[in-house]
Structures are given as C-alpha cells and as structure tokens.
Design a protein around this ligand. Structure first.
Ligand code: 3NM
Length: 221
C-alpha cells in the first residue's frame, strides 16, 4: 500500500485538536463533539500526565472518542501508544523523540496509517523524514503549562529554518497556541496548529475551534 499523499496530510493539519481526560474540566466526549462541530480537522488521543487513565479504562475511553471521530469523519490519531493504535485500528500514531524510533513505528503500522513525529531542531526534522514521518510537530512555539516537560518556547524559528532549507514536509506548530497568536505559525510556513487547552479548557470549545479554523484558513495560501 502506498503512503498517504502529502496533500491529504496537509488538509488534515489546519486545526489539530489534542486531548486526554485530564485536559478537560467538563465531560471530554462533549468537548470533542463541540470541537468537531466547531471545525477541527484532526484529533489526537493523548492520555498522559497526572491522573491519566491506564489499562482498560484508557482503552474504553479511547474507543468512545474514536467512535465520535468516526461518526464525524475526523481521523483519530493515538499519541505514543503503538499497541493501542494497532488494537483500535486508529488512523495514525504520533510519537516523540523519547519513544521508539519513527523507523520502527513505520514498520509496525505499515504505510496506510499516518505517522507524526515531534521535533525540536533541524536534525530531528530531517531524521523524521528519512524514517518515514508523514508530518512533523514543531514546538513549543509559545510557552505552555499543559505539557509538564515542555522545552523552552522557540517561536516560529524552526518552522522558518525548515522552509528556508526547502524542506516540504507538512508541519504543525504546537505549544501555547491560541486564536490570537495562531497566525504567525501559518505565515511562517506551518500547515496548521495543534492545540490542547485553547479548545479543551475553553468556555465554549466549539467557538474556539471555529475561530482557530477561520484564522488558520485565512492565512493558508
Ligand atoms: N507538545 P497547549 S507542547 C503536547 O513542544 C505538547 O512538543 C509540545 O498544549 C511540544 O496547546 C504541548 O495547551 C502542549 O499549550 C500543548
């Protein structure tokens, strides 16, 4: 099977919503439904950090969210947990630098699932591409309190560096991105924004998803 086309991946990245149970103050299934109604384009299940569900509870919760995504035609990506992604037949997997190598993960999942890799410098971006990543996450763009071990914010410097090296991998910016500060990510060469709290903790998740969709699409060429 051939890899998913770059164009298809680019079309999924504009508003990439990431969430786990501990990112929400209200019922997560409702938050996801509202986010989808508002206009998210891709969803990542990221059950990590303090109080995260484990074992069967984690699986059941993932299934609930995957079901909502399926009904609404939003691809469902699993963070880190390759076994879970395979067991659920998820649409893809997103890994960091501390996880298994992208090469190993690509071998396990085959070519028709999406593979995303978090990167923090040009070497990591090049390696991810060589090992079969479909897109890279670049962050943190702005400072964030959502990820306990996040690195120092770097603005859009790396996105610009990647593009000035004529590297065309689809890029999603992540970290501290809000409706108000999203546009530079796209102006400087990103294909979308990945957010947790701007949607998961919003008073109205649907409204913020809608506003993010609007601002990102207005800056995409
Ligand atoms: N990864 P929020 S920053 C999950 O820099 C994650 O790779 C990051 O949450 C990275 O949108 C981050 O609430 C947290 O800032 C994003």
């Amino acid at each position: 099977m051939k890899k998913i086309t770059k164009k298809k991946i680019e079309n999924l990245l504009p508003v990439y919503f990431i969430m786990g149970s501990n990112n929400c103050q209200s019922e997560p299934t409702l938050v996801l439904q509202q986010a989808i109604k508002g206009g998210i384009t891709l969803f990542q299940f990221r059950e990590k950090g303090t109080g995260a569900l484990t074992g069967n509870e984690k699986i059941k919760f993932a299934e609930q969210l995957q079901n909502i995504c399926r009904i609404n035609n939003i691809p469902f990506i699993v963070n880190d947990d390759v076994d879970l992604a395979l067991a659920l037949d998820a649409d893809g997997i997103h890994i960091g630098q501390d996880d298994e190598s992208a090469e190993q993960v690509r071998q396990k999942i085959g070519n028709n699932k999406i593979l995303g890799v978090s990167t923090h410098n040009l070497e990591e971006v090049k390696k991810a591409i060589a090992e079969g990543a479909d897109y890279v996450g670049i962050g943190p763009i702005y400072s964030t309190t959502t990820k306990e071990d996040a690195k120092t914010a770097q603005g859009t410097a790396l996105i610009q560096e990647v593009r000035s090296n004529n590297i065309e991998i689809p890029i999603v910016g992540i970290g501290g991105i809000t409706v108000k500060n999203a546009s530079p990510v796209i102006e400087h060469g990103g294909n979308g924004v990945a957010v947790i709290s701007e949607i998961s903790l919003a008073e109205d998740p649907g409204e913020n998803a809608m506003k993010l969709n609007k601002v990102v699409k207005s800056f995409l060429k």
